[in-house]
Design a protein around this ligand. Sequence first.
Ligand code: G
Ligand code: G
Ligand code: MN
Ligand code: NA
Length: 249
Amino acid sequence: REIEHELRAAIQRDELSIFFQPIVDLESGRIRTFEALVRWFHPEKGELTPDEFIPVAEETGVIVTLGNWITAQAARAAVHWPDDVSLAVNLSPLQIKAPGAALGILSALREAGLDPSRLELEVTESLFLDDNHATAGFIEALSSAGVHFALDDFGTGYSSLGYIDRFPFRKIKVDRSFVSGPNVGRKSEAIIRAVAEMGAQLDMEIVAEGLETVDQVSAVRAAGCTLGQGYYFSRAVPDYLAAVLLAQE
Ligand code: G
Ligand code: G
Ligand code: MN
Ligand code: NA
């Protein structure tokens, strides 16, 4: 397919770039993590968002090459940050199930010189839909190398508590639909509070996503979330601006 070919070429031609959005400690206001978010600056179509090309990358298998490239690129930026600032990278389920997936990530880190303990992989609930050996093996292999895991978009998929019990998540990211939008109210606040309570009991940090206003920040903080992410703090920015944000702290 045309777009598949273009995507492979785009990696070669350097049309893709990685942006970084801070995840902030709600207590101290300090940046604890940057989440890598890929952008494609297409010569004719302009800026394409991941929703426009990640699905194609998944269908065509390009996601494996692309995913390792993204991890390597992001890690190259992260080596310049203070040691206590971590890098979060999103993984697609298909990428994880490919043969050699764990080795691909580890060699990307080695190439960049980033310690595995500074990487956090964000996976979504859909990964656990067909509970197979590949997923468990991938998580096991990377966890024992020191890589951390976060459960992304929590609450939107097929939320089962079974895999929170079975797998070593360090964080849960509560989907932004619980923070802003037409359905947000007393119920969503109570859900966030319950998830935060579970996080405290299980020694997991709870991240509130999609924070755009100071009132939302106060509300999720009162509900017990320890970390926050969203336009209120910053949009995703290029690596040189990520460095500026860190320097300003
Ligand atoms: O960056 P937002 O700005 O548009 O990202 C939209 C979606 O694309 C999010 O669900 C995010 O998880 C996903 N996404 C962004 N970057 C990556 C990436 O590097 N790999 C994968 N698999 N998904 C990504
Ligand atoms: O699914 P994931 O959480 O990985 O995706 C992150 C997505 O959320 C990216 O598309 C990013 O641009 C978007 N995002 C980050 N902060 C905000 C925010 O405050 N409001 C909205 N509407 N989207 C946000
Ligand atoms: Mn994410
Ligand atoms: Na998310």
